[in-house]
Design a protein around this ligand. Structure first.
Ligand code: URA
Ligand code: URA
Length: 234
């Protein structure tokens, strides 16, 4: 291993044990030096404690009516992929195509996500793909905080069942929610966070790349960071 790789690995290992220590001291709350707080906002619900497979979990929650999106959705979009995935991609919410098909990231943004996966030698079937919200917000408006609050215990339970090593968070809205921060995407990317036992990194949403191709380059850099961490750990 080259010196620089070894040095980087040491830094990460030190950071990891520091974070674990912090977690033991303060529970699920991690204080960064900037004093902003990363917190697990939504523990998996106690009512699902006995659920131990994704299919069973999907069956239990797919008629959810906790918020009004349950009245307007065509399909509940639980998530798709390898139940033992090492890598989980988390987007914001289903769009029209996803709502119609009941599968996340199948529209234009999904095609681009598939290409991003290919670029780091991953296939859609290897990873797990889901969203913070399981139902489509009408007219693709941004998710409301209340909706994310009600829905994200489902994501927490999915993470608990899959136990990914890496979570790649797609876009500002999903990242701000998971990390409980109002930081910009630029401030959140190129960092490694700890989330429910996984290393979490943040990058641009593929739909944003369709609007602004200049962000493809930084997205590529983020995926290279991911790949480096992945190769070191796996
Ligand atoms: N290989 C897997 O089996 N799962 C992943 O998430 C990535 C690579
Ligand atoms: N955008 C998202 O955030 N998720 C999807 O599933 C599709 C588009």
């Amino acid at each position: 291993m080259s010196d620089i790789r070894k040095e980087f690995k040491d830094i990460l290992n030190n950071a990891e044990s520091y974070l674990m220590q912090q977690e033991q001291l303060f529970g699920g709350i991690i204080y960064k030096t900037s004093a902003s707080k990363i917190e697990k906002t939504s523990a998996p619900l106690a009512e699902f404690q006995s659920v131990n497979s994704l299919d069973e979990f999907n069956a239990q929650i797919s008629s959810c009516k906790k918020c009004s999106l349950g009245d307007t959705r065509k399909n509940f979009v639980f998530g798709v992929g390898n139940p033992n995935a090492k890598v989980m991609f988390v987007g914001e919410a289903p769009g029209a195509d996803e709502d119609a098909q009941g599968e996340p990231f199948v529209g234009r943004a999904g095609q681009l996500l598939n290409k991003i996966l290919e670029a780091v030698q991953l296939k859609r079937e290897d990873v797990y793909i889901c969203n913070i919200l399981k139902c489509r917000p009408p007219d693709n408006r941004d998710p409301m905080l209340k909706e994310m609050e009600l829905c994200s215990p489902y994501l927490s339970k999915q993470i608990e069942l899959i136990k990914p090593k890496f979570i790649i968070c797609l876009g500002r809205i999903a990242a701000q929610w998971l990390l409980q921060t109002s930081d910009s995407l630029t401030a959140m990317r190129q960092k490694v966070y700890n989330y429910q036992g996984a290393k979490l990194i943040v990058t641009y949403h593929p739909a944003a790349l369709l609007r602004n191709p200049n962000w493809k380059r930084p997205t590529w850099e983020d995926m290279q960071l991911f790949q480096k961490l992945y190769n070191e750990q796996m």
